[in-house]
Structures are given as C-alpha cells and as structure tokens.
Design a protein around this ligand. Structure first.
Ligand SMILES: *Cc1c(COP(=O)(O)O)cnc(C)c1O
Length: 373
C-alpha cells in the first residue's frame, strides 16, 4: 500500500511548456472562495460578467459565448460536434498535431474531411484553401489552428477568413494557445466559431474552454437535422443555461469559473494590446536566447508564435535526460516533441503569467549548465 502523506504539496516550478502556465496568486485565492450553487443568482451575475469579458477578449459581439466545462479539447469537440453533421464536408488545414486532432474529431462525428497542407511546421497557403473550396463548393466548414502548439507555427487567419466568408463556408478556429497572448480578432477576421483553453495565455488552471459562435454558426446549428450525438457538449442545450432561461444542463464547475473570472480581469487590467506586446517582446528574447545556444526554430520566419518557441535540439543534445535535469535541478518545465517531432524538438512557452524575463533568465542559466555537461 502507498503511504499517503498528510497533504500533497506541489513542488515549485517554472512552467515553461505549452501550458499549463503559471497562475497568479489572485486567481488561486479566487478559487479558494466558498462554493455556491450553479443556479444561485450570484453565480449567474458572475457568469454574465465572465461572458462579457470573454466577448472583449475574443473581440466579438457574439451572443453565444461561454466557457465550456472541460479543457481545450472539449472546446474543440464542442465546435466540431455542434457545427458538423454526418455527411458534411469539412476542410482541415493541417500543420501539426492539433489540426490532426480537429480532423480526427470531425471525422468521428461523421464529417467527410478534406485535408489541405499536412506538413508539420509549414503554414497553409490561403490560395490552397480557395482551391479546396472551389473543388468542394458545398463544404460546410474550414477548420484551422491559430497557434499550432506541436510546431510553434502561427497561421495567419485574416485572408482565409475572407475566403470562407466569400464562399459561404463557416470558419472554425482553434485559438487555444493564442487567445490572450496574441491578436485574435474573431469578428474582424470572419471567424464563426473560436475556442480557447483556460491554462495557456489566459493563465487560469486547466479545466475550462472559452468558446464563441457567430450568428451564422448559430443558424447552421438551428438548421441541423438532428442534435449532435454528444449531450454534454450540446451548445443549444447549454445555451439554455448560460442564456436568459437559466435552465440546468450540468453542474457548472463554479470554483473554476471563479478562477477564470479573476484571470480574465487580470487580462483586461493589463489591456489586450499591452499583453500581446509583452508576449511579442519576451517571446523574441526567448528565441534569441535559445538560438544563441544552438537551438533552431522549426517554423519559417514570419510564422512563429512568440508565446511558444518550438526548436530543433542542437547536435548531440539529448531530449529526455536534459529535460529531466532541467525539471529536477532547476524546477523548470519545458515540453518535448509530439508525434513525429518526439525526441527532436523542445517546446518552450512563455504564456500569460509565465511570460516574463525572470523565467527566460532562469532557463538561460539552466541551459548553460546542461550545455556545459
Ligand atoms: C493545448 C491545446 C489544445 C488542447 O487543449 P487541452 O487543454 O490539452 O485539452 C488544443 N489545441 C491547441 C492549439 C493547444 O495548444
């Protein structure tokens, strides 16, 4: 039998992976407040404020905007399951693992998925999206990942959004690793469904996935022949809880909502532009520091997400033993590669509260010792 200590004390860590990021003490304190009911009028007041803050951060006037109970993947599944019906054609823009996950989920919900791109770390050319829509004029949706966390790629979205709007396809965007860390302009870029995650650039604990649906997306959901096969993530049912009806659907995780509420307040106190600039600046310093030490960025110049450096390891530099030492001797967490990049890259994040010069300096010092052998 395992010996259970009096309590679990997490070790001190510099969280420099692709999430979770460091959580501000104000957010941790908010989470420790007494639990109240999910149908309490005070909870609804808090939910209204939370939805209002989410609209500001997503830059949208969409009515249907709420935090999904679950992590980023629950946001992804909500977007795909609610918009797509069996037999619909969906076009997936693939530059890494999370786009492949979108494609997998879309096909599990019965969509016929057409892939554009497919090479990890390579941005998708908007002209290829236009060509795919010409070939599949009945496509219902185009699915893209804004910051592809498996490769560090930033996919520009504005032009693709215009192409989708021109051709009447819904534009579904994964902003899990970008919202709160770089510009996301849901309405301005013609995005119909945009979702994120609480534990990346928003710097709340993992467990919620903010999502927003345009009127066009809403109309497509209303016109469905059948409700989606998921009950838990059915947006039309959840709308009756987060909207004016206040009907029970599932018990809202109120402590998590307290945390996200406070984390969003911090985002707006700093200001969106200032926050993007901070990520741009410190992300630039992080990459320069890594390049000085022989790490090379995976995505081409102009397509790198500042908040997540995905870098090839220097010749002879081992993945696992070095990550283990970094964690155990320096308390620094970075991530290795996923899938085809396993053992070949490191993914180093400066997201939200983790985006600061002390963290970059701590990592530089740790790396210097590892590189000295
Ligand atoms: C982290 C991440 C996800 C998945 O989020 P989970 O919180 O791990 O479920 C999806 N997409 C992108 C781009 C991510 O970075």
């Amino acid at each position: 039998m395992t010996e259970i200590p009096d309590r679990f004390e997490p070790p001190e860590r510099f969280l420099m992976g692709p999430g979770p990021s460091a959580v501000n003490p104000r957010v941790l304190r908010a989470m420790a407040a007494p639990v109240i009911g999910h149908l309490d009028p005070a909870t609804f007041d808090m939910m209204n404020e939370l939805q209002d803050m989410l609209r500001q951060i997503f830059r949208t006037s969409n009515d249907l905007t709420y935090p999904v109970s679950g992590t980023g993947t629950a946001g992804m599944e909500t977007a795909l399951a609610n918009v797509l019906e069996p037999g619909d054609v969906a076009i997936a823009l693939v530059s890494g693992m999370f786009a492949e996950r979108m494609r997998e989920i879309a096909s599990r919900y019965g969509a016929d998925v057409v892939t554009v791109g497919g090479e990890w770390g390579v941005p998708v050319d908007p002209r290829d999206v236009a060509a795919a829509l010409d070939q599949h004029p009945n496509a219902k949706a185009v699915c893209a990942v804004h910051t592809e966390t498996s490769t560090g790629l930033r996919q520009p979205l504005q032009e693709i959004g215009r192409i989708c709007a021109d051709r009447g396809a819904l534009f579904l965007v994964d902003a899990v690793a970008s919202l709160g860390g770089m510009e996301v302009d849901t309405d301005g870029w013609g995005i119909d469904v945009c979702y994120s995650g609480s534990q990346k650039c928003l710097s709340a604990p993992p467990g919620l996935a903010p999502i927003t649906f345009s009127d066009r997306a809403f109309a497509a959901m209303e016109a469905r022949k059948k409700p989606p096969s998921t009950f838990y993530l059915d947006a039309m049912l959840i709308r009756r809880y987060v909207g004016t009806e206040r009907l029970y659907h599932h018990t809202a995780p109120v402590s998590m909502l307290y945390a996200l509420h406070e984390a969003l307040r911090l985002v707006l106190e700093e200001g969106l532009e200032a926050r993007w600039r901070r990520h741009e600046e410190i992300g630039g310093e992080l990459l320069a520091m890594l390049e000085e030490r022989g790490f090379r960025p995976v995505p081409p110049e102009g397509y790198r997400a500042p908040q997540l450096a995905c870098v090839w390891l220097p010749e002879g530099f081992e993945d696992r033993p070095n990550r283990t030492r970094l964690l155990q001797e320096f308390g620094i967490e970075v991530a290795g590669g996923l899938g085809q990049f396993a053992g070949k890259v490191w993914r180093v994040g400066v997201m939200g509260e983790s985006c600061n010069r002390d963290y970059v300096k701590a990592l530089a010092e740790g790396l210097d010792q590892l590189l000295a052998g």
